[in-house]
Design a protein around this ligand. Sequence first.
Ligand code: ZN
Length: 101
Amino acid sequence: MKRISKEERRKFYNSTAWRHKVKEILEKYNYECLWCKEEGKVTTHYHKILEVDHVKELKDYPELALEDSNLRVLCKWHHNMRHERFEHAPKKESKWDDERW
Ligand SMILES: [Zn+2]
């Protein structure tokens, strides 16, 4: 299993290919968070921020980066929950903010 570096991931998330893919996936799933839908949740304002998530994480499966079957829509809230960004606060490994250059 090959892994890719932070820098490579940053490049990927900024690539045109990924941006186009995000749009495609959002449209495919009607701009709905998969987990909210499963919970039959009312969409709150915060939930409206939608992100495309890699089922198998990009860092572990870079070859699946643009595979439709590996992509799903999650709202920001659920996406954060999935990556546990709330529990392990900053410092340790703040995945997103660190990747800002
Ligand atoms: Zn959600």
